[in-house]
Write a protein that binds this ligand. Structure first.
Ligand SMILES: [Fe+2]
Length: 357
């Protein structure tokens, strides 16, 4: 850093001597020495390009006050702060106060030289030992957030299952099938937690449908259907405050849209319907047809499968139906496994395979 002025601010003479010796070995000479940050005010325009501020033994508040004093006196000077406490909130507070880089007494000589050299050029250089606690905290928080998200979602889904005993959604089986189909359509969808969350929560809005309608032993009246058809919007209102990805709301809100525009609640058509909802709606239909209702018997999975295929380009995205067919033929989608999980009778002679397609 030839041509750059280097300052050192600190009271501990042994640490100052050590730092000067390390920096000198790295080709840097300290030209400005102060014991306390407040002394910078008296130096007027004699501002170094970079200052190493020793706050060892000080609280975070004291260190921040020192940074503020130097920043007020020498606003264009880049600050490298020597501080021992590298807990994430402290690191953030020091950086917010104006530190460009933070080092500790454990920072290696080479790292110190590199950090001060980078600061002289106006660049922050991160000592991994300093940011490691930040990374660990972030990783732990991320894992905890995922665990809590999953717990909240499973709890909500269980609440709907408990209420909607007639349709008993077998959420895990349907979600597994949806993941298999998603992998055929768009692999990133299958790997997404948000897609799974959407599948698990798709009918959460049925919490707002009276049980006399959900469990009615007969076909619903027009008025009752109107109430039932509100469940996607109710579900979206339940899900939005959770702050999850938009994909979750997309599945909840649009899983009853139709490719031809005749669905609900928004009468979206074709590609207007989010892909995640187009994929899930195929699996939801397979499950719905293969579940007993008070007013009709369940269909065998093989029959439900044929009906879904006929609806490609009408109720369902033809490409998604094509992916379903392709996956079943290649064995990457296992409708029989899903049927078993859904307790759907599967006559031996009607095994679903390419031979009956
Ligand atoms: Fe639904």
């Amino acid at each position: 850093m030839s041509g750059k002025d280097l300052g050192y601010v600190g009271t501990d003479l042994a640490r100052r001597a050590h730092a000067q010796s390390v920096l000198a070995a790295g080709g840097m000479t300290v030209t400005v020495e102060l014991a306390l940050p407040g002394e910078a005010m008296t130096r007027g325009s004699d501002a170094p390009d970079v200052v190493l501020l020793d706050t060892t033994g000080q609280s975070a508040e004291q260190a921040i006050a020192g940074i503020a004093l130097l920043d007020a006196a020498w606003p264009s000077t880049h600050l490298v702060v020597l501080h021992e406490d590298t807990e994430p909130p402290v690191v953030r507070a020091l950086l917010d106060a104006g530190a460009l880089s933070i080092v500790t007494s454990a920072t290696s000589d080479g790292q110190l030289v590199a950090t001060v050299g980078a600061a002289a050029e106006g660049r922050g250089l991160i000592d991994l030992a300093v940011v490691r606690p930040v990374i660990d905290l972030y990783a732990n928080l991320h894992a905890e957030t995922r665990r809590r998200n999953r717990a909240v979602i499973e709890s909500l889904a269980a609440a709907v299952e408990a209420k909607d005993t007639v349709t008993s959604r077998h959420l895990r089986a349907v979600s597994r099938l949806a993941t298999q189909l998603a992998r055929e359509v768009e692999p990133s969808l299958a790997d997404s937690d948000d897609f799974l969350y959407g599948c698990l929560l798709h009918d959460v809005g049925k919490i707002g449908v009276p049980e006399r309608i959900l469990t009615k032993p007969g076909a619903l009246t027009a008025d009752e259907w109107e109430v039932m058809r509100r469940h996607p919007q109710t579900g979206a209102r339940v899900v939005r405050p959770l702050g999850l990805d938009q994909m979750v709301t997309d599945v909840v809100l649009h899983h009853h849209e139709r490719w031809d525009g005749g669905g609900y609640p928004s009468r979206l058509a074709g590609d207007e319907i989010p892909l995640a909802a187009r994929v899930f709606s195929v699996c939801d239909a397979l499950e719905a047809m293969t579940a007993d209702r008070p007013y009709r018997r369940a269909l065998p999975m093989s029959v439900a499968y044929e009906r879904v295929r006929l609806e490609g380009g009408h109720q369902f995205d033809p490409d998604v139906v094509g992916a379903l067919t392709s996956g079943v033929q290649r064995g990457t989608i296992d409708l029989e496994e899903t049927a078993l999980a859904l307790d759907v009778e599967q006559p031996a002679r009607r095994r679903i395979s390419s031979s009956v397609l």
